[in-house]
Design a protein around this ligand. Sequence first.
Ligand SMILES: [Zn+2]
Length: 487
Amino acid sequence: MDPSSYQLPVRMLVVLGVVVHLLLVASIFDIHFQTPVVRGLDPVWPTMEAPAQRLVIFVADGLRADKFFEIGAQRHRAGEAFLHTIARERGRWGVSHARPPTESRPGHVAILGGFYEDPSAITKGWQANPVEFDHILNRSSAAWGIGSPDIVPLFTKGIAHASGAMYSVELQDFSSAALAQLDVWAFDRLEDLLRRAGLSAPPADPLDSDDPWRDLPVGTELDHRLRQSGVVIFLHLLGLDSNGHAYRPSSEEYLANIAIVDEGVARTERLVQEFFGDNKTAFIFTADHGMSNKGSHGDGSPDNTETPLLSWGAGSDHHPISDREAGFHQHVDGCPARGPTPPEWLLDHAMRMDVDQADIAPLAASLLGRPIPLNSVGLLPTAYLNLPLPAMAEAMLANARQLLAQVARKAEVAATSCISSALHFAPYSPLANSTEQLLQTRDLLQSGVLTRLPERGATSHHGASSNPLSPAPSPAPDVRLPCVHRT
Ligand SMILES: [Zn+2]
């Protein structure tokens, strides 16, 4: 046979191979590098009375859970621990599970925005905001962010009611011997802010370039802004991340920094309580990601994904553990955690409630009685809230409506796209009647028919094993997310 007769099919095969591979590569980007941010959503306001007037949220950058709780237990034995005592006696505690990439920006987006990073941000080194997104500072009535120039502007820049205080980049020098001073700096600036509200005239040098609050008003005007409802104060504490990178998380520097943060949070709580004097402040303490033994982060190892979560103050619950619950802790999505809580954490008698990192955003919004950030995928961890029964149901309903709005909007957009209409797009049928179900639920709530919530400790706050809105018009669809955690 003449070899030239093979020429055409071989050439076609090569072209076909190239086309198929290009299609496969394009599909990877089409599937995995799409922004999770859905446009065109309206905020869902919860109808219950806000349990807290304001929220102070501390994010200790690079603080891994086991080191935090171990040092807390040691300080507790010495009678010095503040946050450990909160977990034991006054608030709720658990491990917040971050997702890779365990970097600062994705962690903060999950905590404050309630969703897992926009993959297109990778092209900008996780620094700038490649797309605008909604978050809890944006949802607040007034907000102040204090901390690193790499993080704070992500949540304050371009928002008229938000102000930021950032130190200079030089202060973040990893070779510095006093990296914990970054955290002291943040606590001091909050003190300055509260003091400024008490001034009757601007400070002597109003153009003092070292004063990050120089553009803010003083006295009554600032005082009024601080005392309105729906205020968020966000403290970003970079010392631990810097010490972890420079000296590793087993170092004296890192462990001493945990104590400095503990003391700073105690000082902040005292100052805030003295300033407002109304016991209407909610506090959340957590971290964006952990730190590996080598002093790095980014991957999905438990050292990097497991971070502490504590909440206390107005609207927060405390639940001493009963004998029946000893050794028990709940974890999101029914996934087992890494193992039982180590006894050296000295937290056996205070029930542990783990969450996915994005669940912190609906918790923060519900404490403030504000809309949950629009693109949040978080599920309200009800065990962290101490609310009257109808208010708890209202908060859960707002969360369900906010999640459903995203599904409905995505289905709407998909249905109008050329490819979807060519392929006869059909909406996800188990959620077909959800809007009506939620409206019926709301009507039941408003008519006062609500009778009970599931017994705590008996069911997962994420599960659908017991319907809290009883009687329900029909069984709620099981929208439980797949287990994403490693064991
Ligand atoms: Zn970080």
